[in-house]
Design a protein around this ligand. Structure first.
Ligand SMILES: Cc1cc2nc3c(=O)[nH]c(=O)nc-3n(C[C@H](O)[C@H](O)[C@H](O)COP(=O)(O)OP(=O)(O)OC[C@H]3O[C@@H](n4cnc5c(N)ncnc54)[C@H](O)[C@@H]3O)c2cc1C
Length: 501
């Protein structure tokens, strides 16, 4: 059977239809005869930072994507196969049936070291097969190579503030406006009546009608296998859930600057889980919240929120330019710190029984919901590295195993910031006092009481006071004395120190 001019779009972390840069180009060039393809390698399930909960959210996003594609006449095939094998297998099948190969394969760029390497290899595979490969910018508004110190030298920024100034000026340029508008059009998709049921003109059945088709659709099998290991409620997934969240946050954004550091208040956007899978992009968020318009009133909340989106792109830039940060300290001076790495302390930190209420609340929020408030992420990360003297990589790995939004660039950046080993980090001698942090950001202990329920009836003064006796509420005494640990940490980090305590 001959199918003229059809395309494959290889989905990865761009799991949406609206405003999907590469999918759109594929659709244009093949006049809608685009098939969605997703390759999942089950070896991934044995990675040390694998999370069944995050995988469940990811699978839910894929299911949503498949439904969205089908409702619009399209389709998605999820295969349990490495892409290096999957593409040649599919092409071999097409040849054996005298079908034409796809005119093109498209995907959106990913900047993680593993992904860059994989994508380069796939380009060679496709080139050898004689199939055109096209990749696009999508999940970042500015790619790491686009924001450099000076357009000729190409040096990347290692300090956030000048990075942000450059990023922000490009955002407000006509080019930034153009990029936002391109994806903004897609926001209209939100109103269901604008969705066409015949947007796509082809489904996998066109190819799959022979019994020797080389793939089974593995999505339901993955969902089934994984569902038994899920330990938390999994939120709604996909573009529409993400966009609903954006609209809800729109009514709160004016208060964002004042509320974003209060973990007891639901004052942040909750968009990180959607950004992670590409259920929507930074450009779509900017458009929906009107962050780029110079005429917006009451700018403080919007400006602050824009800065946070830029932090995400900053950490992508660091990971892109210095991929070794995945395993090593950005600042080589701190690569050989002699961490104490006490296993019992690490266990107490993970289970949220350190005896420091704000730390324990954060760690319990993480295990119960798969998310933790940003301020509390900073506090628990600082506590692990500077109070418990445990290697930041242990904490980074634990976060990845538990966060629904677990993302290499932001997680690594956040951990290296808190551990003072990263670029533009918290200076090593400026150490968070977790007791004062708790007092300042959760003064009434509301957040703490939500997760450390044994302290529900404890008066305020028993919550933020390190020496208070909390045994009557069956809550442990602090496992370390902050003032002593602080001095030990400074000795560990001090340049020229031999790291002995
Ligand atoms: C130790 C540590 C680990 C972290 N790990 C992750 C992670 O794995 N994945 C992740 O997405 N974020 C991570 N962050 C950043 C931040 O905590 C989360 O992005 C934020 O809490 C998500 O909630 P939100 O979407 O409501 O954020 P909002 O306050 O609404 O911010 C909007 C968006 O801006 C971006 N953003 C905000 N703060 C940061 C930041 N400090 N660094 C990078 N991007 C930011 C996120 O994409 C976020 O969704 C980490 C921070 C720390 C200190």
């Amino acid at each position: 059977m001959q199918i003229e001019n059809w395309g494959l779009h290889w989905f990865r972390r761009d799991l949406r239809v609206p405003g999907n840069s590469a999918l759109k180009e594929n659709w244009k060039q093949t006049k809608g005869r685009t098939l969605g393809f997703f390759c999942f390698d089950s070896k991934f399930l044995s990675r040390s930072d694998f999370s069944n909960n995050r995988f469940a959210f990811f699978l839910k996003t894929l299911q949503r994507l498949k439904t969205d594609l089908r409702e619009q006449g399209g389709d998605l095939l999820v295969v349990d196969c490495l892409p290096y094998e999957a593409f040649p297998k599919l092409f071999h099948y097409c040849r054996s049936k005298r079908m034409s190969l796809p005119t093109l394969v498209t995907w959106n760029r990913d900047y993680e070291p593993f992904a860059r390497n994989r994508d380069n290899k796939i380009k060679t595979v496709l080139h050898d097969e004689g199939v055109q490969a096209l990749d696009f910018r999508d999940h970042l508004i500015f790619e790491p190579h686009e924001i450099s110190k000076n357009d000729h030298s190409g040096d990347f920024y290692q300090i956030y503030s000048p990075f942000f100034r450059k990023w922000s000026s490009r955002l407000k340029s006509s080019e930034g406006e153009h990029r936002i508008q391109l994806q903004a059009q897609a926001n209209r998709y939100f109103s269901r009546h604008e969705r066409k049921t015949d947007l796509f003109k082809m489904t996998w059945d066109k190819l799959r009608n022979d019994s020797d088709f080389p793939f089974a659709d593995s999505l339901d099998r993955f969902v089934d296998l994984n569902s038994k290991k899920v330990t938390i409620p999994i939120p709604e997934a996909g573009f529409f859930a993400a966009y609903k969240n954006v609209l809800k946050f729109k009514s709160q954004i004016d208060q964002y600057k004042d509320q974003r550091d209060s973990p007891a208040v639901n004052g942040t956007s909750g968009l990180s889980i959607f950004l992670k899978n590409g259920s929507l992009t930074v450009a779509q968020i900017i458009a929906a919240l009107d962050l780029h318009s110079r005429t917006s009133q009451r700018q403080a909340g919007r400006n602050q929120f824009t800065k946070e989106l830029a932090w995400r792109e900053f950490y992508y830039s660091i990971l892109f330019h210095r991929p070794e940060v995945e395993k090593h300290s950005f600042n080589p001076k701190f690569e050989n710190i002699k961490w104490v790495n006490d296993q019992v302390f690490f266990r107490r930190w993970k289970e949220g029984t350190t005896g420091v209420p704000i730390v324990d609340a954060g760690m319990r929020q993480l295990s119960q919901t798969g998310w933790m408030h940003n301020r509390v992420r900073m506090i628990v990360a600082s506590f692990l590295t500077k109070d418990l003297l445990i290697d930041w990589r242990w904490g980074e790995n634990h976060f990845m195993k538990n966060l629904l939004d677990g993302d290499l660039a932001a997680n690594n950046g956040g951990w290296q910031w808190a551990a003072s080993t990263g670029c533009d980090p918290q200076p090593y001698f400026r150490i968070f006092n977790p007791w004062l942090q708790g007092q300042k950001f959760d003064p009434a202990g509301e957040y703490i009481k939500t997760f450390v329920t044994e302290l529900r009836d404890a008066p305020k003064e028993f919550i933020h006071e390190p020496t208070a006796d909390r045994s009557k509420w069956h809550y442990p005494a602090p496992i370390v004395d902050h003032s002593i640990q602080r001095e030990r940490a400074i000795r560990l980090y001090k340049p020229g120190s031999d790291g002995r305590n």
